[in-house]
Write a new protein. Sequence first.
Length: 132
Amino acid sequence: MIRFLLSAAIYLVANAIGLLVAAWALSGFTIDAMAFVVAVLLFSVIQTVLGPLVTKLSMRSFPQMMGGIALVTIFLGLFLTDILMPGMAIGGLTNWLVATLLVWIGSLVASILLPLFVFKEAAGKKRDAANR
């Protein structure tokens, strides 16, 4: 259960980092500070629901799209989050495409690096407790 909660927390932080990277790098991409937490939660829920759906649809109808599942899911997640969040704006077509890539890269890097530090620290604490 603790591992699941840590994984969920890492997923949320990774998505938050991805959205922050896009908001920082793109002038037309804005998220209000108050709406940021809700946008991260909403984006993460949309990603979690749409991921398997897009995978199933692409396997059945568009097998060529399998390599781009994450990008399609992130694009759809940004689209729906933008529609549902009044404190979030992405801007023009270029911003949409670049934001999709930046959120993907930011969340990918964070989802790779965060577990290394979180689980390494947890393992170190467990070892220290066992040595006492």
